[in-house]
Design a protein around this ligand. Structure first.
Ligand SMILES: Cc1ncc(COP(=O)(O)O)c(C=O)c1O
Length: 398
């Protein structure tokens, strides 16, 4: 009898260490947010919890104008687009969102995608192939890495946000293989670190050594750069920008923005754009309503950054290592996986939701609690957090 083909999967499953096993937990958002029992768990829901975990940085996901935009387009067009963009799926809401984003970002071309993960695959595959060399920050998002692997390009990594290491790799490549296409990949705001690169330095290096530059602005849009337009805004040398509506835009879906010829090349070549159902109209309409909110109140990102500074000051004064960067992502490093989970549980008991992030999402030995500051958190949230952290038995001495 033939071997059961599931055997090898069972074996692989058994090799996942206990510490790395994942469970889905269900979170019902809102002012009385609750954490429902996860799969395989029993017991009561925990709540209300203060959400210090979601990436809805500007609190737009529940904004009345976003809800109204989604409902209006559902009434007029239905929920799904029913086709891919190049067949029958392009709707007026797609065209108008792409035009509005292109204008906002000062780019010639914007193309929408159903998710940021997919947009990142498309971005790398448009700019690199098996003859290329990709030089990427060591901590780029998994979707970018998967894209690089799928492209067949040779991958070189530079130390996180280390411009001189990047320049060293670019220089070496330009000297030894001047004709090879090079693509540099980085992010504006690293989702697990809270850090940002010296983007002007990276863009200048790419121009100097003739490399393309792909920048993932998933966590930066709405917050960083003038009016929340991201770090690439107005900067020469950035070939392609990737953004998602799943974070500060409070919706879902994503886009790539570029000037021609890269924008036109994407349209002509991208299978990830062509062979997928067009972004659901309610999400496109919601993203456009979010963009209108950002344009109507362009200071909201900066206001959040000011608040983030106060949170960093407070955490530092309480004895924690100051979370790096400037944005609303505030990782509390504890190192050990079990300790990170313990801290998550401790905060839940205190009515706070902050999630432990462990390897392989972050490098081994760097488990952390990823805290996220949002614009709609009530006053007093920082005090509640500091109070709960101080009562944790493993908290550092102030
Ligand atoms: C840096 C980064 N890029 C891309 C993505 C993917 O975006 P999306 O959630 O829209 O698939 C994420 C989110 O998980 C992210 O953190």
């Amino acid at each position: 009898m033939a071997r059961d083909p599931l055997d090898s999967i069972q074996q692989a499953l058994r090799r996942v260490p206990q510490q790395r096993q994942r469970r889905l937990s269900t979170f019902r958002p809102g002012p009385d947010a609750t954490l429902l029992p996860g799969d395989g768990e029993t017991g009561p829901a925990q709540g209300p919890l203060l959400d210090l975990a979601s990436n809805d940085y500007l609190g737009l996901s529940a904004h009345p104008s976003l809800k109204a935009a989604a409902m209006a387009v559902i009434q007029s067009e239905g929920v799904g687009s029913g086709g891919s963009r190049l067949v029958s799926g392009t709707r007026p809401c797609h065209v108008s969102l792409e035009a509005a984003l292109a204008q906002w970002l000062g780019r010639e071309r914007v193309l929408l995608f159903p998710s940021g993960f997919q947009a990142n695959l498309a971005a790398v595959l448009a700019l690199a192939d098996r003859h290329s060399e990709v030089i990427a920050d060591r901590l780029i998002h998994h979707s970018l890495l998967v894209g690089i692997q799928a492209s067949g390009a040779r991958l070189r990594r530079f130390r996180h946000n280390d411009l001189s290491d990047l320049r060293r790799l670019l220089e070496r490549g330009a000297r030894s293989e001047p004709d090879r296409r090079r693509l540099v990949v980085s992010e504006s705001l690293f989702s697990m670190e809270g850090t940002s690169p010296d983007l002007a330095g990276i863009a200048a290096a790419c121009q100097e050594f003739g490399a393309l530059l792909l920048l993932d602005e998933a966590h930066a849009l709405g917050l960083l750069g003038p009016g929340g337009r991201g770090l690439a805004w107005g900067l020469a040398g950035v070939s392609l920008v990737s953004g998602t509506f799943g974070k500060a835009f409070g919706a879902g879906g994503a886009f790539l923005a570029a000037d021609d010829p890269v924008g036109e090349w994407l349209l002509q070549s991208s299978g990830a754009f062509r062979y997928t159902t067009a972004l659901a109209p309610p999400l496109a309409a919601t993203a456009e309503a979010a963009l209108e909110q950002l344009q109507a109140d362009p200071g909201q990102g900066e206001a959040l950054l000011r608040r983030a500074r106060r949170w960093r000051d407070g955490l530092e004064a309480a004895g924690w290592r100051r979370p790096p960067g400037e944005g609303p992502i505030l990782p509390l490093h504890v190192g050990d996986n079990a300790l990170a989970l313990h801290l998550q549980g401790h905060l839940e008991q205190a009515g706070l939701l902050g999630v432990a992030i462990r390897p392989p999402t972050v490098p081994a030995g760097t488990a952390r609690l990823r805290l996220v500051l949002r614009r709609d958190l009530p006053h007093g949230s920082l005090d509640r957090l500091l109070h709960a952290l101080a009562a944790w038995p493993h908290a550092p001495a102030p």
